[in-house]
Write a protein that binds this ligand. Structure first.
Ligand SMILES: Nc1ncnc2c1ncn2[C@@H]1O[C@H](COP(=O)(O)OP(=O)(O)OP(=O)(O)O)[C@@H](O)[C@H]1O
Ligand SMILES: [Mg+2]
Length: 355
């Protein structure tokens, strides 16, 4: 699988961009504020229908324009799958493989991608939500029906919280307790399976990038040794007081260790970045093996905050994966890839193929 062509209109500073990508390595270079990150953000938007910079639609639509459009073709080998998004005042419109009212899940299935940007260290140093989303992304691609179960679980959680806000008495709460306990255990088991699959790959990439032992441990979001039903029953009084559910899969986390120390407390940002990269590359590898196709990796200024040796190790690990890569750099003279990639120059939001 590779993104063979890509177009966008009125996305951030990009008025109109049309690119043909190489199925292997692509490098976009340009000065500060030329539009490099915006290009990667637009590509990721095509596969996720949301911004990896956490921006809302109003920020993404080019100043003065009404709506943004992103469009691309994914080369599946036997055929080309068209994907497109229009968003603006009329709301979000997703086109997936000829279907007019497509969903974000269809985009994610057709164009699975991962991003490494200068904020990637948040995966290690930030709050647990990003680590849960990390596990859920693997499960979405590997475990059939995971997304549907997770949606039902979130709905049960929302309803339970609503019942708690109304005093938490009677049958309503009991019903949602049972629903949440059942689905929460299923989500938990699926996530544990994902940890088992991805942990050896994280250890390998971690050893390659950091030269040290990396450990990963899953924390369910409720007391070990208890079923979720027991944990919910035990925390009911507290949940009533706080009018929200204090335990469950929405409280899960992944604890990372580096040299037997808690990685969140690592002092060096460079080490946090390398560990986060190990996580991202490991997840990419696991999903690639499962789907039996290369994924798309977007690398925004991968050299940021890393010394020369670390950049070389990171890029060597990326090349071993064999994914399609679109990377950005300020300086095209600094060799990131061992072979010459397809080169693109961006200037004031305009992109041209460079030789
Ligand atoms: N909605 C928008 N409409 C027009 N321009 C925008 C919009 N959102 C952001 N910009 C501008 O787009 C420009 C390019 O931003 P981008 O983050 O893509 O630059 P970059 O090339 O990645 O820069 P750097 O090297 O500093 O990371 C910035 O000047 C920014 O102010
Ligand atoms: Mg940038």
């Amino acid at each position: 699988m590779s993104l063979s062509s890509f177009q966008c209109t009125n996305f951030r500073c990009l008025e109109s961009v049309a690119l043909e990508f190489s199925p292997s390595q692509n490098l976009v270079y340009g000065a500060n504020a030329s539009g490099k990150t915006s290009i990667l953000e637009a590509i990721a938007y095509l596969g996720r229908a949301r911004s990896f910079r956490g921006a809302g639609t109003r920020e993404l639509v080019r100043h003065g324009a009404e709506e943004l459009v992103v469009f691309g073709k994914v080369d599946m080998g036997s055929r080309q799958v068209p994907l497109g998004i229009r968003n603006g005042k009329q709301g979000l419109e997703v086109h997936a493989d000829g279907e007019k009212s497509g969903s974000a899940a269809q985009l994610a299935e057709a164009l699975p991608l991962q991003v490494i940007d200068p904020d990637v260290h948040d995966l290690v140093a930030g709050g647990p939500e990003r680590r849960r989303r990390y596990l859920d992304w693997i499960a979405f691609h590997v475990e059939p029906g995971y997304l549907e179960r997770w949606r039902r679980c979130r709905r049960a959680l929302k309803q339970r919280n609503a019942a708690l806000r109304e005093g938490g008495q009677g049958q309503a709460l009991k019903g949602w307790d049972e629903e949440l306990a059942g689905l929460g255990e299923e989500i938990d088991k699926a996530r544990r399976r994902m940890i088992e699959v991805v942990a050896p790959a994280i250890e390998d990439f971690g050893a390659g990038l950091l030269g040290s032992a990396v450990g990963i441990e899953y924390l369910a979001g409720w007391s070990a040794g208890k079923s979720l039903a027991e944990a919910l029953a035990a925390s009911k009084e507290r949940d009533r007081q706080l009018a929200s559910t204090q335990c469950g899969p929405h409280r899960a986390d992944v604890r990372l260790q580096y040299n037997e120390r808690r990685a969140r407390k690592l002092v060096s940002r460079g080490q946090q970045k390398l560990l986060a990269c190990a996580l991202v590359l490991a997840a990419t590898e696991v999903v690639q093996i499962h789907l039996e196709k290369p994924l798309l990796l977007l690398l925004d200024d991968p050299a940021a905050e890393l010394d020369r040796d670390s950049v070389a190790r990171l890029m060597a690990a990326v090349e071993v994966l064999g994914s399609q890569v679109v990377a950005t750099t300020l300086d095209p003279e600094k060799a990131l890839f061992s072979e010459i990639p397809a080169l693109f120059h961006v200037e004031h939001g305009t992109v041209q193929r460079a030789e």
